[in-house]
Design a protein around this ligand. Structure first.
Ligand SMILES: CC(C)(COP(=O)(O)OP(=O)(O)OC[C@H]1O[C@@H](n2cnc3c(N)ncnc32)[C@H](O)[C@@H]1O)[C@@H](O)C(=O)NCCC(=O)NCCS
Ligand SMILES: Nc1ncnc2c1ncn2[C@@H]1O[C@H](COP(=O)(O)OP(=O)(O)OP(=O)(O)O)[C@@H](O)[C@H]1O
Length: 197
C-alpha cells in the first residue's frame, strides 16, 4: 500500500512520519526531495536563479531558502513561477524513490507530501492520511519552530488549502492538537484498520 501523508504547514507531518519510521515503514519525503533537486550546480537551481535573480544563490552555491521563501509565500504569482519550475523535478524524483523502494520489496511505502491536495497528487497514493490541527495551535507551533513573526507565519498558512478541505479528502485524520502520545495512539489504530501492522 502507498500511504500519502499530508496536512497543512506545521500540522505535525514530520512528527507522524517519525512515528511511521518506528514501524519500519520507508518514507519518501517531499520536503527532502525539494532540497535534493536544488543542490548546487543543478539545472533546477539554475532555472530558479534565472526566474528570481542570481542573488537567490549564495556564495557557497546553495539556494538562499530564506530569500526564496520571502518572495514566494507573499505572492501567489511568484509562487506559481517557482512551483512550475521545481514541482516537475520533485514529482519525478519522488516517483523514482517510491518505485525503487517497491522494487526492493517494501510492502508499504509512505509518501510525505505537504502539497498533495494543492498539486492534485491523490493518484500517487492508495490511502490518504491527513494530520490536522486547529489554526490557533498551527500558528503558535509554526511561529515557535521557525522563529517567524505572526504575519510571516500567517502568509505561509494562507499559501495552502484550508485544513477543512484536506480533512474532507482524507481516508483517515489524525488530530494532533494535544500530546504526541495521543497522536501515536490514533496512528496505531489507523495502521491496524488498514492492516499495515
Ligand atoms: C520556499 C522554500 C525555499 C522555503 O524553504 P524553507 O526551508 O523555509 O521551508 P521548507 O522547505 O522546510 O518547507 C516548509 C513547508 O512550507 C510549505 N511550502 C513549501 N513550499 C510551498 C509552496 N510552494 N506552496 C505552499 N506551501 C509550501 C510546506 O508545508 C513545507 O512543508 C522551499 O519550501 C521550497 O523550495 N519550496 C518549493 C518546493 C515545494 O513546493 N515544497 C513543498 C513540498 S513539495
Ligand atoms: N503533539 C504535539 N505537541 C507539541 N508539539 C508538537 C506536536 N506535534 C508537533 N509538534 C511540534 O510542532 C512543530 C511542527 O511539527 P512538524 O514539524 O512535525 O510539522 P510538519 O507538518 O512536518 O511541518 P512542515 O509542513 O513545515 O514540514 C514542531 O516543532 C513539532 O515539534
Amino acid at each position: 500500500m502507498i500511504i500519502g501523508l499530508t496536512g497543512s504547514i506545521a500540522s505535525g507531518k514530520s512528527t507522524v512520519a517519525q512515528m511511521l519510521q518506528s514501524y519500519q515503514l520507508p518514507i519518501v519525503d517531499a520536503d527532502l526531495v525539494a532540497r535534493q533537486v536544488v543542490e548546487p550546480g543543478s539545472e533546477t537551481l539554475q532555472q530558479i536563479a534565472e526566474a528570481f535573480g542570481q542573488d537567490v544563490i549564495k556564495a557557497d552555491g546553495t539556494m538562499d531558502r530564506e530569500k526564496v521563501g520571502s518572495i514566494i509565500f507573499h505572492e501567489p504569482a511568484q509562487r506559481k513561477v517557482l512551483n512550475d519550475i521545481i514541482h516537475p523535478a520533485i514529482r519525478a524524483e519522488m516517483l523514482r524513490q517510491r518505485d525503487e523502494l517497491m522494487q526492493g520489496g517494501a510492502a508499504h511505502v509512505v509518501m510525505d507530501i505537504p502539497l498533495l491536495f494543492e498539486s492534485k497528487l491523490q493518484h500517487f497514493v492508495d490511502k490518504i492520511l491527513v494530520v490536522s490541527v486547529t489554526e490557533e495551535i498551527q500558528l503558535t507551533r509554526l511561529m515557535e519552530r521557525n522563529q517567524l513573526p505572526e504575519d510571516e507565519a500567517r502568509a505561509r498558512i494562507a499559501s495552502q488549502l484550508p485544513m477543512s478541505v484536506k480533512e474532507q479528502g482524507a481516508d483517515a485524520v489524525i488530530y494532533n492538537n494535544t500530546t504526541k502520545e495521543s497522536t501515536a495512539q490514533q496512528l496505531e489504530k489507523i495502521l491496524q484498520q488498514w492492516a499495515v501492522i
